[in-house]
Design a protein around this ligand. Structure first.
Ligand code: AMP
Length: 396
């Protein structure tokens, strides 16, 4: 069975093609296009590349196209992206302006282009369905909660990948299997003692921290929208709700402009006044740029804040995992996050840390109580696996 996973940005389309057979899964091809102005043409190009490269005989061979969809009103989990689901995604366009509109538009183009192929989305909120209720509530009136004002949590595919892979690497096949079956049985599968407690730090263009107990998330630093939690590349992260009305009343700032500033001119870009790319910030901070240093310091501070929250929630941790573009590659950011935590058992081996980029590795000293690990994420694989399961269940 061949499943294409498409990652849709406002002007980009990235893809990976997976093949599943009994007891086997492998990636056959990957690629992508930037500066996309016509999605239909990009889809044509993607399919043509796959056929030309021999990964597909023809597009009819695709069992489905999978998408790492973000959020939809009243819908969670892994679902067929029909007109009703797309409308439910559109209903949350204002909450996820950088994410939902490109997905809705892109999926519609896929539907026009490949009307016979199932289009299936795994929502980024799916991993948090079994977190404790208190972790998902804001202290707002009940009617607001009913309207969707709650902590949803995102980056579910990435943190789920880390939950499973870290369990495998830590010798906990039972917990890894529980993660694999999570969307079937809601994490009810029994696992052996002691508990496996992991904090997963997805640090990239978009960043979040998640606590994971025995493979099941206990919460995520992202709240109601993908603009919350840690500072992102150009999105704001957590902000006191009263800041916005204050600015609007006292400066005449309009709502649309405020939304634009929070979605495109804030985060690391806003803090540094320089760039949304961590590579620029690291090099400029080294040459004395104050804003770049402040941006790095805030990212580190906020990441430590959330690691601390889950350290307490989980009654300590067995592993802290770094993943995504920054987590996998930025040696200095990892070192700054783990600084002076030895009394909590969290330590880095500086020499090992300095050599690890985008590869699986333990970067703590061999005898440290907490394993600090780098695990390159594979969100597309998580999507493909769930889409496969969806197709197999739909057949029954
Ligand atoms: P992501 O959203 O996971 O692609 O992460 C994007 C962020 O990771 C950007 O701030 C990049 O500067 C950073 N990043 C990606 N690749 C590298 C790399 N090889 N070295 C350093 N930083 C990187």
């Amino acid at each position: 069975m061949k499943i294409l996973v498409a990652n849709l940005g406002s002007t980009s389309l990235k893809y990976r093609l997976f093949e599943f057979a009994v007891g086997q899964e492998r990636m056959l091809a990957r690629g992508g296009f930037e500066r996309v102005t016509d999605y239909g043409a990009a889809i044509d190009q993607c399919l043509a590349e796959l056929v030309r490269g021999g990964a597909l005989q023809s597009e009819q061979e695709l069992a489905a196209v999978g998408f790492k969809t973000i959020m939809a009103r009243g819908i969670n989990g892994c679902v067929r992206l029909d007109a009703a689901v797309l409308a439910a995604m559109e209903a949350f366009n204002e909450i996820a302006p950088a994410h939902n509109p490109p997905y809705v538009n892109g999926v519609r183009r896929f539907a026009q282009r490949m009307p016979q192929t199932p289009l299936v989305g795994l929502f980024e909120t799916a991993f948090y369905q079994w977190a404790p209720e208190a972790a998902g509530r804001y202290a707002v009136p009940e009617a607001w909660y009913q309207a969707g004002v709650r902590r949803w949590g995102f980056h579910g595919a990435s943190h789920k990948f880390v939950a499973e892979r870290s369990a495998e690497l830590l010798g906990r096949a039972d917990v890894a299997e529980r993660v694999r079956q999570l969307y079937v049985d809601g994490g009810r599968r029994a696992v052996a003692a002691p508990e496996l407690r992991v904090v997963s730090c997805h640090l990239g263009g978009s960043s979040s921290v998640t606590g994971i107990r025995n493979g099941v998330a206990v919460g995520n630093s992202l709240g109601m929208s993908p603009q919350s939690g840690l500072p992102h590349n150009n999105r704001v992260g957590d902000l006191d709700a009263f800041a916005l009305p204050y600015l609007m009343r006292t400066t005449g700032l309009g709502l649309a402009e405020a939304e634009r500033l929070m979605c495109a001119e804030s985060g690391l870009k806003g803090l540094s006044g320089l760039s949304n790319d961590i590579r620029d910030l690291v090099s400029q901070a080294a040459s004395g740029h104050t804003g770049a240093q402040v941006a790095l310091d805030v990212l580190v501070h906020q990441t430590r804040h959330w690691i601390g929250a889950y350290f307490l929630e989980l009654n300590g941790v067995d592993a802290v995992v770094f993943t995504a573009g920054i987590g996998e590659n930025q040696v200095g950011v990892r070192a700054a996050i783990c600084r002076d935590l030895d009394r909590l058992g969290i330590q880095l081996d500086p020499e090992v840390n300095a050599t690890v980029r985008a590869q699986e590795a333990v970067i703590s000293p061999a005898n440290a109580p907490v394993k600090v690990m780098v695990i390159p994420t594979n969100e597309e694989l998580v999507v493909a696996r769930e889409v496969r399961r969806y197709l197999e269940q739909a057949k029954r």
